[in-house]
Design a protein around this ligand. Structure first.
Ligand code: FES
Ligand SMILES: [Fe+2]
Length: 360
C-alpha cells in the first residue's frame, strides 16, 4: 500500500467509498480516499472489491481498466487481469503468471446501499457492526434522494459546520430561509411566545444535540414543507420544530427534524431526514455524500423533491464557506490556535476536534 503521509486522517475506521447506485453507471470507479488512490470495482458475480489504483506491473491506473467475466479487473495497459483477492490470474502472451504481480485488496463491505472501505491495519478492521445503525439507513431506497458533492476543503471544516447550528442564520438565508432563532422571534400567537431549548451531549467518542423550537413560525422552508402535507397554514397556525442530531466520528451525521402543529401530542409529525457522510479525499478535499428523506408525508411525495432541492442549496452554501476557509487556511492547523475557538458557543466544535485528534 502507498506510504503517503496524511497523518491527520484517521485510517482505522470504515469510510463510505461510494454509493451503491454509482455502480449502475460504471462498474469500475477510481477515487482517492484519505490520500490513497483506490480503484473500486464490481465483479461479474456482483461482489465489490477495492485495490490500490496502480497496476503492480508498471503502475497504470487500474481504474482505467474494465471488468472481464471469469477473470476480474483488467489493466488498461498490457491487459493483466486480477481476481478479487488481488492475485494476477492472466498475462496476455504468456502462460506463467509470476506471483509478484499481485495487489493487496482493501477490506470492503456493502451495507446500507453504501460501499464501505477500511484503509487502516487490516488486522484491526472492526466488525461491520461498528457502522452505526442510523435510522436513515433503514429507509426504503424509493424514499431516498442521494448524491455526492465534491468539496475542496478539509472534512474537519465540514464537521465543524455540522456541529455548529449557529451558522444557519447567516449561511442558509436562501435555503432554509431564516435562522430558527429568527423564526422564533417572528409573529406568534400572542398568548404564548415560542419556546427554545438546546441540549448537547459531548461524550468520549461521539456528540449529539437536540434543538427544540416550540410554538413558532418554524422558518419558511419548514413551514412550507409542513403546509404541503397539511394544506395552507393561517397566520395563527404555529408549529413545533424538534431537531435531533447525532455525530459518529469521523464523518457520519444523522439530522432528523420533526414538525408538528404547535402543542400537538398526536405524534403525527412530518419527519425531514438528512444523512451527511463525510469521507476525506485528502487533507484538503472531501467527498460529501448525502441522503435525504421525508417520512410520514401523508402521501405527498412532492415534499421529498422539495426537501431535496432545499438541501442541495443548503449543502452548497456550506461548501462555499468551507472552500473559502480552506483557501485562507492552506496548510495551517486551525486547531493549533485555540484563540480561534474561544466563542461561548464553540464548545461542541472544540469537543469534536478533540475527538478527531484522538482518532488520528
Ligand atoms: S501496467 Fe498493468 S499490465 Fe502493464
Ligand atoms: Fe449548514
Amino acid at each position: 500500500m502507498p506510504d503517503n503521509n496524511y497523518s491527520s486522517l484517521p485510517l482505522n475506521t470504515w469510510y463510505v467509498a461510494a454509493n451503491v447506485e454509482e455502480f449502475e453507471v460504471h462498474n469500475v470507479i477510481g477515487r482517492r480516499i484519505a490520500g490513497r488512490p483506490i480503484v473500486l470495482w464490481r465483479s461479474a458475480e456482483g461482489n465489490v472489491h477495492a485495490f490500490e489504483d496502480s497496476c503492480p506491473h508498471r503502475k497504470a491506473p487500474l481504474s482505467m481498466g474494465e471488468v472481464i467475466a471469469d477473470k476480474g479487473l483488467r489493466c488498461p495497459y498490457h491487459g493483466f487481469t486480477f481476481a478479487g483477492d488481488g492475485r494476477c490470474n492472466g498475462v496476455p502472451g504468456q502462460e506463467k503468471v509470476p506471483t509478484q504481480w499481485r495487489t493487496n485488496p482493501y477490506p470492503v463491505i456493502e451495507r446500507y446501499n453504501c460501499i464501505w472501505i477500511w484503509l487502516g491495519d487490516p488486522s484491526r478492521a472492526r466488525d461491520e457492526s461498528s457502522i452505526p445503525a442510523f435510522m436513515e439507513f433503514g429507509i426504503e431506497p424509493y424514499n431516498v434522494r442521494s448524491g455526492l458533492i465534491p468539496v475542496d476543503a478539509d472534512y474537519r471544516l465540514l464537521v465543524d459546520n455540522l456541529l455548529d447550528p449557529t451558522h444557519a442564520e447567516f449561511v442558509h438565508r436562501t435555503s432554509f430561509g431564516s435562522s430558527d432563532l429568527s423564526a422564533a422571534q417572528g409573529p406568534a400567537r400572542s398568548e404564548s411566545r415560542p419556546q427554545e431549548e438546546f441540549e448537547s451531549t459531548i461524550e468520549e467518542d461521539k456528540i449529539s444535540f437536540v434543538y427544540r423550537l416550540i410554538n413558532s413560525r418554524g422558518g419558511p422552508c419548514f413551514r412550507k414543507a409542513y403546509s404541503m402535507r397539511e394544506g395552507e397554514l393561517s397566520d395563527k397556525d404555529n408549529i413545533d420544530y424538534i431537531m435531533h442530531v447525532e455525530w459518529q466520528p469521523p464523518g457520519l451525521f444523522s439530522y432528523c427534524i420533526d414538525l408538528n402543529s404547535a402543542d400537538s401530542t398526536d405524534g403525527n409529525h412530518l419527519r425531514l431526514v438528512n444523512l451527511h457522510i463525510l469521507t476525506p479525499e485528502t487533507e484538503q478535499k472531501t467527498h460529501y455524500f448525502y441522503r435525504c428523506s421525508v417520512l410520514n408525508d401523508g402521501g405527498q411525495d412532492s415534499i421529498l423533491d422539495y426537501w431535496h432541492e432545499i438541501d442541495r442549496m443548503a449543502f452548497n452554501e456550506d461548501k462555499a464557506i468551507a472552500e473559502g476557509q480552506q483557501r485562507n487556511i492552506g496548510d495551517q492547523d486551525l486547531f493549533a490556535d485555540r484563540s480561534l475557538w474561544a466563542r461561548g458557543s464553540d464548545q461542541m466544535n472544540l469537543g469534536g476536534r478533540r475527538i478527531l485528534q484522538r482518532m488520528s
